[in-house]
Design a protein around this ligand. Structure first.
Ligand code: NAP
Length: 312
């Protein structure tokens, strides 16, 4: 049987690319020029699309890929994929849930500790020979505080489990109350008023665009810290900068940004923020498991077996 043709929309891990090129004809659409060339040369032959959490799959793209019947996303978030258009065209969509949950939750906890205990500044002090500055600076306790989780899903629950071990009280906001022991807030602003750390762990996309507004940040207040491990656009980044510059909130820990890889200079120069280059799932173990899930979903699809982790 001839190898199926795939369109690769994003830079992928070496291990995954190696396996993909072994089993499929790969065409690349990682830049606008590459994509146009791939669509012109092989649009009719391409029977599957592979992307990552930032990949954009529109109805217009699918229209140029009449044979494509699967979109396999190497990530749990698929906010760039027009899922409705996929469903209408009979295109299946898969993602990689669960296997990355622990790593992303670990990073959220790390950001809580990095911000509250100002670990980056302490580390810089020590490296620059300024031991005394580090020792004399008093920071803020994390244990025993209140964590407000926006989106108590797989990752949100894993964050809650970890922070409960820090004797934190847990509250959460989402569209639905869940059968959990944590306190539910049907109003995001009320959760922000209640908590010390507002931790964003919901999906991105139009429904959550700028969910964290200047009003929510004002409610979080001068002793509050914002943590975002979800998607950059969930937070109004300009409002966050204003809140930090005016002392409206205490600090922020961010793994994601509105226009990655761009990080505003106004954030880069601040010492009350901990900034990471979207490393939530970036361990070799987890990226390996994600890659395997992408490969297994593709194999199942092309062998007409049930998909392992289908979104639609
Ligand atoms: P999940 O299990 O589907 O959980 C999502 C949670 O968000 C649910 O509890 C849901 O509860 C809530 N939610 C959905 N829409 C909402 C809305 N409009 N407003 C408020 N809450 C909403 O997903 P997950 O596996 O935990 O992943 C969550 C997100 O983490 C992903 O979508 C991705 O964007 C992000 N992520 C980031 C990284 C990273 O590297 N930083 C890595 C992986 C994932 P309700 O249904 O009750 O609203």
């Amino acid at each position: 049987m001839e190898k199926p043709h795939l369109l690769i929309l994003a830079p992928l891990a070496e291990f995954l690319m190696l396996e993909l090129t072994n089993h499929y004809h790969c065409h690349f659409g990682r830049t606008a020029d590459e994509l146009e060339e791939a669509l012109t040369n092989a649009g009719d032959q391409i029977s599957g699309v592979v992307g990552n959490g930032g990949s954009v799959v529109t109805d217009a793209l699918l229209a140029r890929l009449p044979a494509a019947k699967i979109v396999a996303i190497n990530g749990v978030g698929y906010d760039g994929v027009d899922v409705r258009a996929c469903a209408e065209r009979g295109v299946r969509v898969t993602n990689t849930p669960d296997v990355l949950t622990d790593d992303v939750a670990d990073i959220a906890v790390a950001l809580v500790l990095m911000t509250s205990r100002q670990l980056i500044i302490a580390n810089r002090d020590l490296h620059s020979g300024n031991w005394a500055a580090g020792t004399n600076r008093l920071t803020h306790k994390a244990s025993g505080k209140r964590a407000g989780i926006v989106g108590l899903g797989r990752i949100g629950k894993a964050i809650a489990r970890r922070l409960a071990a820090f004797d934190m009280q847990i509250g959460y906001f989402g569209r639905h109350r869940q059968d959990v022991e944590h306190r539910y807030f049907d109003d995001l602003t009320e959760l922000a008023v209640w908590c010390d750390f507002l931790i964003v762990a919901c999906p991105g996309g139009p429904q959550t665009f700028h969910l964290i507004t200047s009003e929510v940040l004002a409610a979080l207040g001068t002793t509050g810290t914002l943590i975002n491990v979800a998607r950059g656009p969930v937070v109004d980044e300009q409002a966050l900068i204003v809140a930090l510059e005016t002392g409206g909130i205490r600090g922020a820990g961010l793994d994601v940004f509105e226009n990655e890889p761009h990080v505003p200079e106004a954030l880069l120069k601040r010492s009350d923020v901990a900034l990471l280059p979207h490393v939530g799932s970036a361990t070799s173990e987890t990226r390996g498991a994600m890659a395997q899930l992408v490969l297994d979903n593709l194999e199942a699809h092309f062998q007409n077996r049930p998909l392992l982790t289908a979104v639609v």
